[in-house]
Design a protein around this ligand. Structure first.
Ligand SMILES: [Zn+2]
Length: 332
């Protein structure tokens, strides 16, 4: 019996769509809550060409809402994309999974995507800035993409091609005013619902039916799903999809100190900072080939191989600046 028989039997899918799913080059941006669920669903369904890009490691606080990962991955501080690769291999050995452990910025996103040459992109990011970057690069490179977001009990899904409005067009219709999982929390079922609709849109795409052209909004706690026809949301003066102006993509400025959600800051050091971690104040509590976990008084620091550092336990920008300068002195 064919392992995909049940989905092939569905009348609008069939053998042809199954072949198309296997041959479609799919890029999943982010291996967090949405990305991990999308990756698992697609691997189970028989997508063979998958790329996934993410810059984080598995943490215990991820496991309640993210697929595939377990306590052992968190304990081992494993990069999410490598954990995904391991787990997917067990689920479906036919999947060629291209795992990219890297931070995506306006400086490298176009190169990364041009190299992968995906037929379609699925959004699994949790930052709005990044989604505008994906919106612009997808438009520039003419790649369809599926936007998905989940915060609190609410989720939004919208598949974007060149005939309808882009993310910039629907800017006022989707939540973007500083809402984030870290501040507002997130209920795990809405993550799965959003990931499922993202995959459903992808199945419409591979089966030749085209995207639904609906903006889907879900509230998992209110038990409600609404869809809205997107045609009315097209902005005929849109700077991205009409004027082809790519502000996010052309902005190459990346500050060395960035405030993230909660009491977390992102520091950017030179790449070789990873080799100088033992000169930093505090103690290296744990380390592997990808990351060093450092404790200094009430401050916890996670230093990545590329010189990024997540710093927890600093409350003000001034303290962050002082800390950054202190650490930077240790890097020769
Ligand atoms: Zn637009």
């Amino acid at each position: 019996m064919n392992r995909y028989e049940r989905q092939i039997k569905y009348q609008h899918f069939g053998e042809q769509s199954q072949k198309q799913l296997q041959n479609t080059n799919i890029l999943i941006m982010g291996a967090g809550a949405l990305g991990s669920h999308v990756a698992e669903l697609l691997a189970r369904m028989g997508a063979h060409k998958l790329s996934i890009i993410d810059m984080d490691i598995v943490e215990l606080s991820n496991i309640h809402r993210q697929a595939l990962y377990d306590e052992h991955d968190a304990q081992a501080m494993l990069p999410k994309v490598y954990a995904v690769k391991e787990k997917i291999k067990q689920i479906n050995h036919n999947v060629e999974l291209n795992a990219i452990h890297q931070e995506m910025t306006s400086n490298n996103i176009e190169d990364i995507i041009s190299k992968i040459q995906p037929d379609i992109i699925i959004d699994g990011m949790d930052q709005f800035d990044m989604r505008f970057l994906i919106n612009e690069v997808s438009h520039k490179l003419q790649i369809p993409w599926i936007y998905g977001a989940a915060v609190g009990s609410k989720g939004t899904v919208y598949a974007i091609d060149f005939t309808g409005p882009c993310l910039q067009c629907i800017l006022n219709t989707v939540p973007h005013t500083g809402e984030s999982c870290a501040i507002n929390g997130v209920l795990p079922p809405v993550v799965q619902q959003v990931a499922s609709y993202e995959v459903s849109e992808l199945l419409r795409f591979v089966s030749g039916n085209g995207f639904s052209k609906k903006l889907i909004t879900i509230d998992t706690f209110e038990i409600s799903t609404r869809t809205r026809n997107i045609d009315v949301l097209k902005n005929n003066n849109c700077i991205v999809c009409e004027q082809k102006t790519y502000h996010s993509l052309n902005n190459s400025y990346h500050p060395s100190i960035e405030s993230l959600c909660g009491d977390t800051f992102l520091f950017r050091f030179k790449q070789h900072a990873f080799e100088f971690a033992h000169y930093f104040p505090g103690h290296i509590i744990k380390e592997n080939d990808y990351v060093k976990f450092i404790n200094y008084a009430d401050i916890n620091m996670t230093l990545f191989k590329d010189g990024r550092m997540n710093v927890h336990g600093i409350s003000t920008k001034e303290d962050a600046k002082t800390m950054y300068q202190q650490l930077n002195k240790s890097i020769k």
